[in-house]
Design a protein around this ligand. Structure first.
Ligand code: ATP
Ligand code: MG
Length: 283
């Protein structure tokens, strides 16, 4: 049985649940407490605050976790990054009052910086040879300068709207993050096999995304040209048709290229073109 720690509620919860669903794992979420299991896969979900996820994975309470890379880096606990998941993108930046003149990172020398990410900030300051005081605040960091708690902040930024409404400007983009799948690195053989199965399904999902199945009737004389237009996974499927001199050609195309391919295929005589959605591609 695999146990995976995920954010109970917040920015990563929905997409973490969607990720499991996408790879065919049905979590019974109806009577959700702190643990839910899946009906069709030996996995259970442990719901936590995101701050606690690196710890429960590092100490083996959960074998896997889904959490922002920012939390992993901040906690500095021994966990392995198994995969970047491509959602929950954000950055942690330094911001200062908008009327201050900024002349580079040296501006921060002797200043007080409020943050919930003291470790990531300290690493940055040390690397740049800056001596500043770090004020650790766990919430509403952006109000710190106006409240006189600090001269600057180091906080998560996505659109920058919160900064502007607090009279701040972003001056250094320091750390880039996204959601990651982490592991304790102490998985049993059984758990390793289950993780492999999950990764295999995620890969198939990625390959299938944005793909269309296309089939058409084609004059046999145009076959060579059509195969060049449609380089399929191995090669397109060609089937004979009852009508003399015609065949049926099947292939898979990237939906971004679909209309361009259709135009080229029509130009070489393709008829009756059918385009279907692809549910799964298993390579
Ligand atoms: P919890 O109650 O679980 O502790 P939280 O308030 O600490 O939740 P959220 O605001 O839900 O955390 O953010 C979770 C993660 O989402 C962040 O650690 C970060 O990796 C990612 N994230 C993506 N965009 C943003 C953003 N604009 N602001 C904050 N976090 C973001
Ligand atoms: Mg948190």
């Amino acid at each position: 049985m695999l146990r995976i720690a995920m954010q109970a509620k917040g920015r990563l919860n929905e997409e973490s649940m969607a990720l499991l669903k996408e790879i065919g794992i049905d979590i019974d979420d109806s009577k959700r407490k702190f643990l839910s299991s899946a009906a069709n896969f030996p996995i259970e979900v442990l719901y936590m605050r995101d701050d606690d996820i690196p710890q429960v994975v590092a100490n083996g309470t959960a074998s896997l976790g889904i959490v922002g890379y920012n939390e992993v880096a901040e906690k500095g606990l021994p966990v392995e990054i198994v995969k970047e998941l491509g959602f929950g993108a954000c950055r942690i930046s330094l911001a200062i009052p908008k009327n201050e003149e900024y002349n580079g990172p040296a501006w921060f020398n002797g200043k007080r910086i409020a943050t919930s990410y003291p470790k990531i900030l300290k690493d940055y300051l040390d690397k740049n040879g800056i001596k500043a005081d770090i004020e650790v605040i766990t919430g509403s960091v952006e109000i710190a300068p106006a409240a006189g708690i600090a001269d600057a902040i180091f906080d998560i930024v996505s659109s920058g709207g919160t900064l502007v409404s607090n009279g701040l400007k972003e001056v250094e983009k320091v750390f880039f993050s996204q959601a990651v799948l982490i592991s304790s690195g102490k998985l049993s053989e059984d758990e390793k096999n289950l993780l492999e199965e999950m990764l295999f399904r995620m890969e198939s999902e990625k390959v299938s995304r944005g793909k269309k199945y296309i089939l058409m009737n084609l004059p046999k004389a145009s076959l060579e040209k059509a195969i060049q237009i449609l380089p399929a996974m191995r090669s397109p499927t060609v089937m004979p048709l009852a009508a003399e001199g015609w065949c049926s050609l099947h292939s898979v195309v990237d939906s971004n290229d679909l209309w361009d391919k259709v135009r080229q295929l029509k130009a070489i005589g393709a008829e009756g073109i059918l385009v279907l959605n692809v549910d799964k591609i298993i390579l």
